[in-house]
Design a protein around this ligand. Structure first.
Ligand code: PEP
Ligand code: MG
Length: 558
């Protein structure tokens, strides 16, 4: 094991603790795997495994309570289904091994569920999870999913799906380290929201053994196995001193010469409100509503949505809510895309999904209008993944019909930035989603760790697209914020200010650094930094050129 493992630091802070790995996919038992001849013993083994899985799921449900308990109880019933047991024993009687027999029996159920309509098809993932748990017991390998642990740990995984992380206990997770994922992957976004250090694209991390103590530095991207007590103490002291220096910066965002730059928070639901307020967010620039409903197999009721939205709208003077952005990196079981999409990131996702589920959009808009009713809040509603003026027009019309007066769009597709003037004529405001804009501009999937360099928001091509959209919005007299992760980089925040954007929205914990960086420069300096960055020919060149124009970053050691 090397002395230091290197990845991309995506959520600052340091933490040390024992590794717990998230076990990967359970292997499919070979199709010709047969038992040694004692069918009676093999049957007993298979049924005991299914029963153990059922009991384990019930126990987890009892611990979790609430809605998770219903989902886990339904899974426990699948494990104990007598029809399934019959299919298993038939196969064992034909000579198949217990793991293979269980695998095939679930396959029969799976095919039936897939054919049984949208709601049942959404249960397939739950069924696969039960199958993997039973096969894992029989093969003697770890069960899939986030590990259980009584003590806090550093979670190491290939990657984390939003559904894995939704149920994480923040008190237990000291840091995240993943082999895949880039700076804008949902592991990164979640880690920043939780205030937990995280390193992604760390190629060797799956070689770390469970129990090894590691020191994770979420700023530098270093993961150090078996650090000495002194190394851990030094790292904590340095991180603490930096955080203390920044804690003193509060107040509305503005450049040194008073040009206002509202600093807003990206949130995933009411649970993030407290941190946003504590970090001095002036409002919410991106409320990712799909985060409220991850792991749900049925659409949330309008009443349930209304109460979640109201809890956020009550807390801020201004909130930008994004309608459900399902698909690709943010799958929602109750809004599934067509089965056979070869490239989900280029498929029916975001706003496009509502073409086949129009009622979900109108329901969400109605719930939003009701949630804001009677509150003193400027509610802005925007759609993700908008491609052209026609989509903009129909989304704005849907908002107006629901009584929502401020309707905007995210600029995440290069075509939308290129023709931003057409879209600005239809929308009330823009918000630049630089994460997806980079993904689509560079044709590089944001979830692939090996392509993380294409997610670097300093790339001059991305800055050009930002300039185009901001320029068109200014010409039309409309606001154009940035809510992608680019806004949380202090130097880049100054460049974005110079490019003409009108607000910056980011993970709450990035706000103090960005506030300090913007306050340390004049608008003219920001403009010069933006011009210098766009003259560069690559991301590193842009970063260096911009920093040379931003002398105020040095005293802040940013
Ligand atoms: C983006 O794409 O930049 C964005 C803010 O949206 P998300 O990261 O949720 O796709
Ligand atoms: Mg996006």
């Amino acid at each position: 094991m090397p002395e230091v493992l290197r990845g991309t630091g995506v959520s600052p802070g340091v933490a040390a603790g024992p590794v717990r790995s998230m076990s990967g996919a359970v292997p499919e038992p070979p199709a010709d795997q047969r038992h040694a001849g004692d069918a009676h013993a093999e049957r007993a083994r298979a049924l005991a495994a299914l029963d153990a899985v059922g009991a384990d799921l019930e126990e987890r449900g009892a611990q979790a309570g609430g809605e998770a308990q219903d989902v886990l109880a339904a899974q426990a019933m699948m494990a104990r289904d007598p029809g399934l047991a019959g299919l298993v024993t038939d196969r064992i009687d034909d000579g198949l091994s217990a793991p293979r027999a269980v695998y095939e029996a679930f396959g029969v159920f799976r095919a039936a569920l897939s054919r049984a309509g949208e709601y049942m098809a959404a249960r397939v993932a739950d069924l696969d999870d039960v199958r993997d748990r039973a096969v894992a017991v029989l093969l003697g390998v770890g069960a899939p999913g986030v590990p259980d642990s009584d003590e806090p740990f550093v979670l190491v995984a290939r990657d984390l799906a939003p559904a894995d992380t939704a149920l994480l206990d923040p008190a237990k997770v000291l840091a995240f380290v993943t082999r895949d994922g880039g700076p804008t992957s949902h592991t990164a976004i979640l880690a920043r929201a939780m205030g937990v250090p995280a390193v992604v694209a760390c190629g060797d991390c799956m070689d770390l053994r469970d129990g090894t103590i590691v020191l994770v530095d979420g700023a530098s991207g270093e993961v150090r196995p078996d650090p000495t007590e002194q190394v851990i103490a030094d790292a904590h002291a340095a991180a603490g001193a930096r955080a203390a220096a920044l804690d003193v910066t509060t107040g509305p965002g503005a450049t040194a010469d008073g040009h206002r730059m509202p600093l807003l928070a990206n949130i995933g639901g009411p649970k993030d409100v407290e941190a946003a307020l504590a970090c001095g967010a002036e409002g919410v620039g991106l409320f990712r509503t799909e985060f409220l409903f991850l792991g749900r197999t049925t659409a949330p009721s309008e009443e349930e949505q209304e109460s979640a939205y109201r809890a956020v709208l009550e807390a801020f003077p201004s909130v930008v809510v994004r309608t459900l952005d399902a698909g690709a990196d943010k799958p929602l079981a109750f809004l599934p895309p067509p089965d056979d999409e070869p490239n989900p990131a280029l498929g029916e996702r975001g706003l496009r999904l509502f073409d086949s589920h129009p009622g979900v959009l109108t329901g969400q808009l109605r719930a939003l209008a009701r949630a804001a009713d009677g509150l003193d809040v400027a509610l802005h509603v925007m759609a993700p993944m908008v491609a052209d003026a026609a989509e903009t027009r129909s989304f704005v019309a849907a908002c107006r019909a629901a009584g929502l007066p401020r309707a905007g769009i995210m600029i995440e597709i290069p075509a939308a930035a290129l023709r931003a003037a057409d879209l600005a004529a239809e929308a009330d405001f823009f918000s630049l989603g630089t994460n997806d804009l980079a993904q689509y501009a560079f044709a590089a999937d944001r979830q692939i760790g090996g392509l993380a360099r294409f997610q670097d928001p300093w790339q001059p091509a991305l800055l050009d697209l930002v300039a185009l959209a901001a320029g068109a919005a200014t010409a039309a007299g409309k606001d154009c914020g940035v809510c992608g992760e680019a806004a949380g980089d202090p130097a880049l925040a100054c460049v974005l200010t110079g490019l003409g954007v009108t607000s910056l929205s980011m993970s709450a914990r990035s706000l103090p650094l960005v506030r300090a960086a913007v306050a340390a420069h004049t608008l003219d300096q920001c403009r010069r930094a933006a011009e210098a960055a766009r003259r560069a020919t690559d991301a590193d060149g842009a970063r260096t050129a911009a920093r040379a124009e931003l002398p105020g970053l040095e005293p802040l050691s940013l």
